[in-house]
Design a protein around this ligand. Structure first.
Ligand code: OSB
Ligand code: MG
Length: 379
């Protein structure tokens, strides 16, 4: 792994920032316990310096559905606070962002947008793929699908399709009242597939019987059954189940991961680089989990090709041993804002390497047509 102290490198100058809001329609509405998504609207940041561009997208929603952060809040924080602190400055490495980002409370999704764009720019300035500067160990990552809540018949069709395409794991979104029967039907049709469920926080301790019923289907894990801000009760539930719990919303930092694993709140962690504040935090969580002998996998937030590319590079780290959520972009979008297709083959997603950094390039013409708002921050 490259380390800033051993790299003779002038650093990266950030001369200007381009901040957009982009909106892509989804081919199919995506239903989870907190609501239905018909499109993906997200902030897109392009940092420019030394003739290079570092790009990243945000994973916050327009309203605080998945977690507390929102696009309007992130745009204000980026425009008024974070970007003025980095535009016009030179950074030896992304690690130098820490004193700028860490004093501000929370807002990890907004911080991640800046941090991830700087990693891309830094890797490009070193003429290396992002996976190389992160310390990744593979050129393909195993992926599965995440299937939204749908009637049993439709769900069985989607599972059949994903399995026939070679995806390595099928994750079913569940919610109260849309759970045991659907899982039972899918398991009966596919006795041997790697199957998981994701409740996106819909259950409480009063639903223990439902979670115990799900314990009968040899699930690889049950993802985030309880509240986003509650690891304590996850430990209570885990103690009564054979199936591993996987934490998503509840884990924002390596400290969260340590506390959760110390009390037995789960045995798997879903790392989303856009949720935890960027690659430094994502890697710290990855390392903490490895120290506990706990496997991790790379989640997704219906990202465009830019966020997908970041996720794929992250998932090349050694302890990402369970299939991630970065399935083919064509499952979600008819057109993407990047030029390269990101398509899985037999459940394996190749790491994009069309050039250094994240290895994908913006399709500027299409980007213009899906941009709702654009502004520039100059030094
Ligand atoms: O909990 O993992 C989640 C999508 C939106 C919000 C939350 C989640 C998801 C997914 C989609 O599961 C994964 C993907 O990007 O394909
Ligand atoms: Mg999840």
């Amino acid at each position: 792994m490259l380390h800033p102290h051993t790299t003779p490198h002038p650093g990266i100058l950030i001369e200007a920032a381009e901040l957009r809001i982009v909106s892509l329609p989804l081919l199919t509405p995506f239903v989870i316990s907190t609501g239905t998504m018909t499109g993906r609207t997200f902030p897109l940041l392009v940092l420019k310096g030394d003739g290079l561009e570092g790009v990243a997208e945000g994973v916050m929603d327009p309203t605080p559905d998945y977690l507390e952060e929102t696009i309007p809040g992130a745009m204000a924080f980026l425009r008024d606070v974070l970007l003025p602190q980095i535009v016009g400055k030179r950074f030896a490495s992304p690690y130098e962002l820490e004193p700028i980002l860490s004093p501000w409370r929370g807002n990890r999704m907004a911080k991640a947008v800046v941090e991830m764009a700087v990693w891309d720019l830094w890797a490009k300035s070193l003429n290396l793929p992002l996976k190389a500067v992160l310390g990744g160990v593979r050129n393909h990552v195993d992926v599965g699908v995440s299937l939204g809540i749908a009637p049993i018949g439709k769900t069985l069709e989607r599972v059949e399709e994903a399995v026939s395409q070679g995806y390595k794991r099928t994750k079913l979104k569940i919610s109260r009242g849309h759970d045991v029967k659907i899982v039972e039907a899918v398991r009966a049709a596919h006795p041997d597939i790697k199957l998981t469920v994701d409740a996106n926080t819909d259950y409480g301790l009063a639903d223990l019987q439902v979670l115990q019923a799900l314990d009968e289907f040899a699930l690889d894990y049950i993802e985030q059954p309880l509240a986003f801000d509650d690891i304590h009760d996850h430990a209570k539930v885990q103690a009564g189940l054979r199936t591993a719990l996987c934490l998503d919303e509840s884990i924002r930092s390596a400290g969260d991961a340590r506390k959760a694993l110390e009390i037995g709140a789960g045995r798997v962690i879903n790392i989303k680089v856009g949720r935890v504040g960027g690659f430094a935090a994502a890697r710290a969580i990855h390392d903490t989990c490895a120290a506990f002998d706990v496997p991790v996998w790379c989640g997704g937030m219906l990202e465009s090709g830019i966020g997908r590319a970041h996720n794929i590079h992250l998932a090349t780290l050694a302890n990402f041993t369970k299939p991630g959520d970065t399935s083919s972009a064509s499952r979600y979008f008819s057109h993407d804002i990047i030029n390269e297709p990101l398509e899985a083959v037999d459940g394996q997603m190749p790491v994009p390497m069309n050039g250094p950094g994240i290895g994908v390039t913006l399709n500027r013409d299409y980007l213009e047509t899906v941009t709702e708002h654009a502004e520039e921050i100059l030094a």
